[in-house]
Structures are given as C-alpha cells and as structure tokens.
Design a binder for this molecule. Sequence first.
Ligand code: SDX
Length: 425
Amino acid sequence: MTEKNAKLLVDGKEYDLPIMNGTLGNPVIDVSAVQQAGYWTYDPGFKVTAPVESAITFIDGGKGQLLHRGYPIDQLADNAEYLEVCYALLYGDLPNKAQKDEFYAKVQAHTAVHDQLRKFFEGFRRDAHPMAIMIGVVGALSAFYHNDLDLSDEEHREVTSIRLIAKMPTIAAMCYKYTRGEPFMYPRNSFSYAENFLYMMFATPADPEYKVNPVLVKAMDKIFTLHADHEQNASTSTVRLAGSTGANPYACISAGIGALWGPSHGGANEAVLNMLDEIGTVENVAEFMEKVKRREVKLMGFGHRVYKNFDPRAKVMKETCDEVLDALGIDDPQLELAMELERIALEDPYFVERNLYPNVDFYSGIILKAIGIPTSMFTVMFALARTSGWISHWLEMHSSPFKIGRPRQMYTGETERTFVKLEDR
Ligand code: SDX
C-alpha cells in the first residue's frame, strides 16, 4: 500500500521512491527507481533489504516478539501441537477439529519412504555427519515423485509439502540409525508426530514395543514448534531463491538444509554443546569470556541479526529445559555452566553494548542431550522442524507470480585488459 514517497536526489535529478506499509514492522522503500538513475543499491548481508512480502511470520527484534500467522510463539509452544503449527504456516490459521483430523491423516499417509531410498544411505561412511546424509537423501527425493511435480498444479504443490513434513522424521531417524549401525525402524502411524520420531530413533527390532517417555514426547514436540519458522533467515532465503528458478521443491529443501548447517545459523546448537565441552567447568568461564572479548572465539548460541533483545524462543526453551531435567531427575552440570555463561554475558558491558542475548540455539542442545539425541544430530532436529517453515515460504512464493531472484554486485575487479600470449607474459 503506497501512501507517500521517499526522495532520491542524485546527479542533480530527483526520483520518487514509493514507501509501502505492511500490517506490522518497518515500512519499506521501493528502490527500483534507483536503476533509472543508473545506480544499484548496496546492502551486504541483506541487513536492511526486504526481497519479498510475506504473511507467515513476523519478528520484532527490539521487542523480542515472534508471531506465526499472528499467534505469539509462546502461546503456540505452550498450547498447540507442532502439526497444528504446520497447518497454520501452510494454510494461514490454526485448524479446527475436522481440518486437524484430515491434515493429520494426510501426514500419516506419507510417513514412509520408498524402499529404494534406503540404498542412498549405503553410499555414506557410517561416521558421516548426519547433516551430510540429510542433504543427500532429501535431495534424492527429487527422483521419486515425478508424477506430482507439475508446480503449476496446486494439488501437486500441497501433496509435496505434506510429503516433506511427513517424511523428515523418518529420514532423520534413518540418519541416526545408519550412523549407529542399527537397522531402520518403520514409522508407526498410531503414534503422534513427535512420538513416532522418538520411536524410530530409539526402538529396535529387539524391542519393537519400546515405549517413548511422554515427557520427552511433549518436549520434542515443543522444540519442533520453536524451530518451525523464522521469516527470511538465511536457509529460508536459500529455499526461496532456489525455488525462484522453478527448481524441484525437494532440491530446494535440500539447499535449505545445506544453508542451515553453518555454525552461524542452525549449526550453532551443535557448536554450543561443543563450546560447553571445551569450557568444561564453571571455573573456566571467566577465561573463556576473555577469549570471546579478544575475538578469538564467539559465544555460540548468543547474538542474532534481528533480535536485539531476548529471543522469545530461548525463554521457552530454557523453561522446557528445566521441566525435562526435573522430570528425568537429571542434574546436568552443563546446564549450570550455560546459566553461568548467560549470567555473566547479561551483566558484561561487552555483550550488553552489542545487544547479545541467548538465541534459540543456546539451551536447545541441553534438552536434546537429555532426550538422548547425540550432538551430531542437533542440526538435523532443526532441519526437521524448519521444513514446515521452508515449504510454507516456498508455497507462498508459488501462490502468486514471481520472478527469478538475481541480485547484482559492485564490481571491484580488473578493468578491460588485452590478451597477452603465454610466451609474452
Ligand atoms: C539462528 O536469522 C535467523 O532468524 C536465524 C535463526 C532462525 O531461527 O532461523 O534465528 C537461527 O541461526 C540463530 C543464530 C545462531 N548462531 C549463533 O548462535 C552463532 C553465534 N552468533 C553470531 O555468529 C552472530 O551473533 C550472528 C551470526 C547470529 C549474527 O551476526 P550479525 O548480525 O552479522 O552480527 P555481527 O557479526 O555484525 O555482530 C555485531 C557485533 C560484532 O562485534 P564488533 O565487531 O561490532 O565489535 O557483535 C559481536 C560481533 O563480533 N558478536 C559476537 C557474537 N555475535 C555477534 N561476539 C561474541 N559472540 C557472539 N555470538
């Protein structure tokens, strides 16, 4: 909605730049007129660039606010099941009872994977990082559903979205089983989404009636919700950019998994546990913090491009951490270590001046470890949960005409040179 213009005055000429307002957040300036003046905009890291409009998720970094389809994240985490949140992300609102039953049945119909997919695992070493396996196997799904990939067909787009949400727990559990040399467990659709995942992770053919602790099921489902979506983060932007070429949606999600893997993004949860292992005890915290201030290391799980206040997910994650450890009677010294790091960081001017607060990755690893999930699987958990966000943004992009994403650059290389023969160089 254009109500007023910004003005660009350059080379003695004035250009109108329309200002548009969304429903929440900063107004945006349409800078496309810059090209008429013979210029491009420059914004390394896309710190102030909105390449799309979206109705899925809103973040207010100053307030520490996160809304999915308008619902605050703490209300969703405390009251909704992850699959209900998936429904809201995909379709625009939480489901009523009939819609919920139908959606859950659709997801349950797609939890199994083609038996040929099992052979893709055999190409990996048993000690391969599970994220490397996820990228390969999820990308390989592109080869299995050619009958449902007319992307102009809304039904094909929907079944693809449901397939991906349904199969990620199965593939994630297969990654875990493969690295442990254990046989894969098939999904049991009488279980809930999180229960089915934990069953496939920890049941064995020798113990097919393995019972998942309901406390862990509730915590796992809440962790999935806390990771479901987060606006135009690096991996979601990767999925959108790949999708803008018309690429196969399974390949787009595989690209998102690759982007998420980095330690500055979803790989931070694994890096937090490795950092806590390296620090060892509370007595070593002060020395570690000095290394951080000398910029020798980063305090993993802290800081965020958007949140300059508490990440609201970190608060819920910390509450869940306390609940799970209490329920399991676990006294994890790494929780005490993490809380000491947080206490010092929240008091130390170095962190306060830089608006560095715990983010979603700071406490998640402690809960995942308590559930029995190894550190190498932490980012796989993030990818599993974020698939609903990624595919919702992919669907939103396909719901209206779009153009291929093709940023420009400021070229600083050589100006035109004349070729010189080898013997003359
Ligand atoms: C996720 O985008 C999303 O929404 C992502 C995510 C999602 O749900 O999709 O929320 C998930 O990726 C959470 C972030 C997980 N990453 C980490 O925990 C890794 C540690 N954090 C940093 O790498 C960093 O904070 C980023 C990458 C998250 C944000 O980096 P920015 O916005 O580019 O900030 P910056 O690097 O410009 O930092 C500003 C200042 C710098 O100091 P100065 O050079 O100005 O003196 O803060 C410092 C940085 O050195 N700083 C840190 C720090 N993070 C920033 N110093 C120590 N430890 C840190 N963690």
